[in-house]
Design a protein around this ligand. Structure first.
Ligand SMILES: O=C(O)CCC(=O)C(=O)O
Ligand SMILES: [Fe+2]
Length: 456
């Protein structure tokens, strides 16, 4: 298979990787981080204006033909995807059963490996070599698409190495397939299918492409990097998320710094994934207006800032309740979401209900209005944006990092929601934060997930 990279329509890109060079022949103009081959299966769409020049990163070894396709059932596709997704070491070493017979992936060393052994449980025959998984997908803005962020058009494997048996036996399971139902694949890949007709021609910007190229299925996917089920809802709060073994944090930070973001600082040990970032200066004037709108709205409320939105913090208001609040915050929100997508390496991120909300701490009075005790947030990633600096004290303390993060207006803090933290007391003045509880790659729970206090 020759290398190619082309674009279909306004939002879709097909990326194929060359076996020998391991790079895309033509770097797409818009940014997509794309990795395959047992490292990570993730595309990071990145939209202007924040990240206009992000290079495409393609990692993979497709190898020369023969390209072995495995058309078959969804379950088989699922198994195949799992075999190349980053798996925790014990799982990676295990033979993964292949429902209905067929090949087993037996040697997925780690998320870095590109070498797999395939073994037929029926015949005992095995082959080993390098496998590549190619995904063609479309980025779907989350506003338009209630469930999925990435529409997957094609998944195919190519296999290089010891020659695969020439004759297809019953145990050689085809993989290219239609995906007939909603599924969860490995790390919370969720699909929502719309099967495309073969041979239908689709319009592209400059030319017409045969849909045959897309293969037989078209699926909406959402991707979560966390092991399934997501740890945030079922783990005791150890303070550290089991981090997805994807890109090295530092290089991401460097990339981000170089290409797109005004300022990013990794706080504490990088594996904690705490980041201090800064909004583009053009957005800073919005912050005072957010405060003014929130204050004006709360003045009209019988209990003022006491909206009972959350149990731990006492003075907060959902921007959705503030007239014009969401619209006002929209560019800020978009920028923060984009940072999260890049820094946590997730293609899709959603806010929980009632997000963003504005949080107000005041000195004096009720302790619950001055700060918030040790707790974790029941979301995947939390963002705290400081709206103004007219206070003393405050800051967000992370025991795992032994650090308190202090922000300037326009700076925002990102951290895994499950990381234990504390909002230190304000000792003078008023501290306003805009807070976003975010979920990765899936629809947020319909309930309002409230931060959970921990024993001290
Ligand atoms: O006050 C802070 O710095 C943190 C706020 C917080 O953790 C929260 O609202 O969940
Ligand atoms: Fe929190």
């Amino acid at each position: 298979m020759g290398p190619k990279g082309c674009r279909i329509g306004s939002r879709m890109r097909i990326v194929a990787v060359d076996a020998h060079k391991g790079v895309a022949a033509r770097a797409p103009t818009r940014s997509t981080l794309f990795e395959s081959v047992g490292t990570s299966l993730v595309g990071i769409p990145s939209s202007p204006p924040f990240f206009p020049n992000t290079p495409t990163k393609c990692v993979g070894v497709a190898g020369p033909p023969p390209r072995v396709k495995f058309p078959g059932t969804l379950e088989r596709l699922r198994t195949r995807l799992m075999s190349v997704l980053p798996l925790p070491p014990p799982l990676a070493k295990r033979i993964i059963p292949y429902p209905g017979g067929g090949w087993l992936a037996t040697n997925v060393e780690s998320c870095q490996t590109e070498t797999v052994s395939l073994k037929s449980p029926d015949t005992g025959a095995s082959v080993s070599g390098r496998m590549n998984l190619t995904l063609d997908y479309e980025e779907v803005p989350f506003d338009e698409e209630p469930v999925a962020q990435v529409r997957l058009f094609k998944a195919s494997t190519s296999f290089v190495g010891q020659k695969a048996p020439a004759k297809r036996t019953a145990s050689q399971v085809p993989l290219c397939c239609t995906v007939p139902q909603e599924v969860t694949v490995g790390n919370s890949l969720v699909s929502n299918t719309s099967v495309r007709q073969k041979n239908v021609r689709t319009k592209t910007r400059n030319k017409t492409l045969d849909v045959k190229e897309r293969d037989e299925f078209s699926t909406h996917w959402a991707y979560s990097p966390y092991p399934c089920p997501p740890p945030v809802y079922n783990s005791s709060p150890h303070g550290i998320l089991p981090l997805p073994p994807m890109f090295p944090t530092q290089s991401l930070v460097n990339d981000a710094t170089t290409f797109r973001m005004p300022h990013i600082e990794s706080v504490g040990p990088p594996q904690l994934k705490i980041y201090k970032c800064r909004l583009p200066s053009a957005l800073i004037p919005l912050l005072q207006r957010l405060i003014a709108h929130s204050e004006a709205f709360c003045r009209t409320q019988p209990h003022g800032w006491r909206t009972h939105l959350y149990t731990l913090t006492k003075q907060d208001v959902a921007l959705s309740a503030v007239p014009g609040g969401l619209d006002l915050a929209a560019p800020v929100t978009a920028c923060i979401l984009e940072h999260i997508r890049v820094l946590y390496h997730v293609p899709a991120i959603r806010m929980d209900r009632n997000q963003p909300h504005v949080l107000k701490y005041v000195s004096g009075g009720d302790a619950a209005c001055r700060g918030v005790g040790l707790h974790y947030d029941r979301c995947d990633v939390t963002a705290n944006l400081l709206l103004a600096h007219a206070f003393r004290g405050g800051g967000t303390f992370f025991p795992a990092a032994l650090t308190t993060v202090h922000l300037q207006p326009g700076e925002f803090l990102l951290h895994p929601g499950s990381l234990i933290h504390q909002g230190l007391d304000v000792t003078a003045g008023t501290r306003y934060l805009m807070v976003m509880f975010c979920h990765v790659g899936k629809a947020p729970p319909q309930s309002n997930r409230k931060p959970k206090a921990v024993q001290t």
